[in-house]
Design a protein around this ligand. Structure first.
Ligand code: CU
Length: 120
């Protein structure tokens, strides 16, 4: 009986760890505009990323192909949010990587990025 109860406990713990480990607690990108990998005819006015769960954003960067960082209107406020939305400075033609870092609701670090290209 004791072994049986220990087994039940172990299974329950494993399920709890799996649930809190990724899908449930950790914020991931759900949808982005522009989409990851997009090739755009015109420079985007805004960059928006919808997250699966709220996070506290700690860093947002937009970097061009030559490594130069492009300013955006991102303001650090550490509020829980599901929507990352920034307006970048005017973008020249080229490739860009938009990256973010944050803390999920459980305090664990989370990050993501999208890449896109502006043709014109
Ligand atoms: Cu976590």
């Amino acid at each position: 009986m004791r072994t049986f109860r220990n087994t039940i406990f172990a299974v329950g713990a494993a399920v709890a760890i799996a649930a809190s480990g990724s899908a449930f607690a950790h914020s991931k990108k759900m949808k982005a505009v522009p989409q990851d990998g997009a090739v755009l005819d015109e420079a985007p006015q805004r960059i928006e990323v919808m997250m699966t769960t709220p996070l506290r954003l700690t860093m947002v960067t937009l970097v061009g192909a030559e490594g130069g960082e492009v300013p955006t209107d991102f303001k650090l406020d550490m509020q829980l949010t599901e929507m990352l939305s920034v307006t970048p400075d005017a973008l020249a033609a080229g490739s860009y990587t938009f990256s973010w870092r944050g803390l999920s609701q459980d305090g664990h670090p989370t990050s993501g990025q999208i890449r896109f290209e502006v043709k014109r």
